[in-house]
Design a protein around this ligand. Structure first.
Ligand code: UDP
Length: 458
């Protein structure tokens, strides 16, 4: 069926941040490669920020979150942003459906981010198929499911926490919204509300792959039937298979020059560089930036560090000049290309799910310095379940000191344990390729989704 055109048209609606747009755009491309017409709807503000706002196989459209000029930064508070997005977003989402109604490709299905559960109500109002697309791990989703359904009572009174399918978890392994009571109540409500109507969704899709989370997927499937469809990383990065539309992301940040990072990496010996990035949202304290800078310097490895424009002033004075050829500091990188480079030996990451999955699938071991949300749980799995990295220890002042940073980098870059982590990462990378290759678990699930869609579409 590869590439064959038919009538089905999916409309994908990610939550408007980089880490939610990337996997949904990639999934849309995969559906397009299977002959489905795919449109990705972002907010007007995000659409105008995209670099570049184009893809060969996926069309774009816009909804409004009520902040067309400045996006989230313009909102008074998180709750007011979410409420306004629901009110204006559901109306403007309906407008896209109405606009397409009498065309050759009316919308058949809305693939929505469950951070925006109201999108399912819009789908149902128009009699469309509704598919929830979870951008975090099954493990994290299962924890939220348990809390939402009152199966895990908060605040947690005793540890280890035991949830079928998950390893015993300590408080520090839980998503921050669960372990730190009262933190970001609006986001906490949002992650729990993902399950407010999943029982009415026609599909629940998760960006993971079966062998990565066997017990968790089996356990969650009993309470919430789901399809694993990941990783959504394009084949060209996974196994050099060339597809039509290979660009990875829709960068919301400007990359100065696409080849700056890869050219620099190509001059370095294999496995000699520490790649450092904390994703699109995290902000580190001045002290933490300083410790990180001196930890990298102390390790004496080459490093490529993404310091977002908003973080630049926190770098120690003259650090970049002093490091000379040892380090390259950029404002944003083509991350998947960087992780695919032979020069990279270790990824120093915040443990966001996309970053973690990208590293796993490209065979790069990690040092994880989780900041918030699902990252602590991802760090637990990286270290203890997948055994592809180490998690940093935070000192009594809430900072990760330079010695700890240096020591964690050494554990991954050197010695027997480092070698084992590298081998494990390679193993996961092969299993990821298997999952998305023809007849792999994720590929079969995507085929099932597409074939039911075709049958349902007139
Ligand atoms: N990313 C990138 N360049 C960078 C840093 C991040 O392209 O310099 C991409 C990365 O590949 C990933 C996404 O941004 O797909 C970040 O998502 P993640 O879930 O890791 O973290 P978040 O930004 O949501 O905290």
């Amino acid at each position: 069926m590869e590439g064959k055109a038919h009538g089905a048209h999916v409309l994908a609606l990610p939550y408007p941040t980089q880490g939610h747009i990337n996997p949904m755009l990639q999934f849309s491309k995969r559906l397009a490669s299977k002959g489905v017409k795919a449109t990705l709807a972002t907010t007007v503000f995000i659409y105008n920020s995209m670099q570049p706002p184009s893809s060969e196989s996926v069309q774009f459209d816009t909804i409004s979150d009520g902040h067309d000029e400045g996006g989230f930064a313009q909102a008074e508070s998180i709750p007011s942003y979410l409420a306004r997005m629901e009110a204006i977003g559901s109306k403007t989402l309906a407008d896209i459906i109405i606009k397409n109604k009498d065309t050759a490709h009316p919308v058949d299905c809305i693939i929505y981010d469950p951070f925006l559960p109201w999108a399912l109500e819009v789908a149902k109002k128009f009699g469309l198929v509704g598919a929830a697309f979870f951008t975090q791990t099954c493990a994290v989703n299962l924890i939220y499911y348990y809390v939402h359904h009152g199966l895990l009572k908060l605040p947690i009174s005793s540890t280890p926490i035991s949830i079928p399918g998950l390893p015993p978890l300590e408080l520090q392994d839980m998503p921050s919204f669960v372990s730190v009571s009262g933190s970001y109540p609006a986001y906490f409500e949002m992650v729990l509300n993902q399950f407010s109507n999943t029982d009415k969704a026609d599909w629940v899709l998760v960006n993971t792959f079966y062998k990565l989370e066997v017990e968790v997927v089996d356990s969650m499937s009993k309470v919430c039937p789901l399809l694993t469809i990941g990783p959504t990383i394009p084949s060209i990065y996974l196994d050099n298979r060339v597809e039509n539309d290979n660009d990875y992301g829709l960068n919301l940040f400007t990359i100065d020059d696409l080849s700056v990072c890869t050219d620099w990496l190509n001059t370095k010996p294999a496995g000699s560089v520490v790649y450092v990035s904390f994703g699109s949202l995290a902000h580190l304290s001045n002290k933490q930036m300083e410790e990180l800078a001196f930890g990298l310097k102390g390790s004496n490895f080459y490093f490529l560090w993404v310091v977002k424009a908003s973080e630049g002033e926190k770098l120690p004075e003259n650090f970049v000049e002093e490091m000379g050829h040892k380090g390259l500091v950029v404002k944003w990188s083509p991350q998947v290309e960087v992780l695919s480079s032979k020069g990279v030996g270790c990824f120093f990451t915040h443990g966001g799910w996309n970053s973690t999955l990208e590293a796993l699938c490209l065979g790069v071991p990690m040092v994880v310095m989780p900041q918030w949300t699902d990252q602590p749980t991802n760090a637990k799995f990286v270290e203890d379940v997948w055994k592809v990295g180490v998690r940093v220890e935070v000192d009594e002042n809430g900072v990760v000191g330079r010695e700890e940073i240096e020591s964690c980098i050494r554990k991954v870059m050197e010695g027997e344990r480092g070698k084992e982590m590298k081998e494990n990462a390679k193993k996961w990378s092969n299993l990821a390729i298997e999952a998305v290759s023809e007849d792999g678990t994720s590929d079969k699930n995507i085929e099932e989704f597409v074939s039911k869609l075709i049958k349902a579409s007139p």
